[in-house]
Design a protein around this ligand. Sequence first.
Ligand SMILES: [Zn+2]
Ligand SMILES: [Zn+2]
Length: 401
Amino acid sequence: MLSIMTKPDFHITAEQHFDEMVALRRDFHQYPELGFQETRTSGIVAQQLADLGFEVQRGLAKTGVVGLLVGARPGPTILLRFDMDALPVQEETDLPYKSVNPGVMHACGHDGHTAMGLTLAKIMAEQQAQMAGTLKFMFQPAEEGLGGAFAMIADGVLDNPRPDAALAMHIWTPEQVGKVRIVDGPCMASSSVFTLTVQGKGGHGAAPHQAKDPILAAAHIVVALQSIVSRNTNPQDSVVVSIGQFAAGTTFNVIPDRAILKGTVRSYNQALHRQTYRRILEMAQNMATAFSCTATMETVAIVAAVVNAEEPTAVVRQAATLVMGAENIVEHRTMASEDMGYILEEIPGCYFFVGGGNAAKGLTYPHHHPKFDFDERAMIDGVALMAQAVADYVLPVGNSR
Ligand SMILES: [Zn+2]
Ligand SMILES: [Zn+2]
């Protein structure tokens, strides 16, 4: 007797859940909530997880939800992370399920992520009796620059049980639907912001010799900072230094007291990040001195780099080969940032991007754009891919590992 035991075909399973997943996503889209205010969204998440028989924990990082699915037999604990927050953007689409909350929009696709997480929860709940291990679903608030993942770690999301591996994904419109971006090692950059205050001495615009002009000093600083990437950084490494704000003065004929520069640094490693800040400060101080001003700097770390670990990345790549085909795997990293970096500093894991763009359907707007939208079929790919990767860890039947 030949008994063939194989894992379910998760692409077909995900496709069977497509309509309800779309309905969920559109509901979240219509009622978007900003970081740490996701009360409606997290309420739906907690209710659905409880209905599926998950052990549900609420209130981590205020609106975060953790759902545990404990398999019939012992095995590894795998953390699956989904973000729920929207952005302070006024939606400009014509979608029938357009945001009803003025100035708030799901312009990054986290509505899709939440719907995918709940759909995956449903699919895996059906596998509970075969599962050897535990799935820890993490629905986090405030991914968009507010450090929701960090706050959930502080509230114990990585304890009891501590995950052995962590997976997360992002729908990504710069990539076409049907493709997936997976990369070993650094995947997204660490991000920090800085404020440079250039202090001079104000005076009359007609008597500049009696003043110390901070605008002139700050203008030279902006230009000089551009040489950090081109002259101080190893060409093999990636760093971004961008000034996003230059504020000084009040009117035509007054030399102001001070100028304020605000900017951001992105890189894939901490040593390089520190080196870049050393150069920014040296340049700002020396350039300010050259113009008889002074410069001080304040920095705030936003997120760590997202760095993929070898084994989980191999698992995801293998899963992608099975459910999407090797020809649809694209190697690509980005200088954008994600607070999943904090999780991956503690737990080996893999973060990947599911293509969600579709030029033929006009779905080409970048993330955070008021007209942002994605091809909803991307959600099938994402759920199938993550289900397949999870199966590799906790469904030992037919497992080659
Ligand atoms: Zn975003
Ligand atoms: Zn996002």
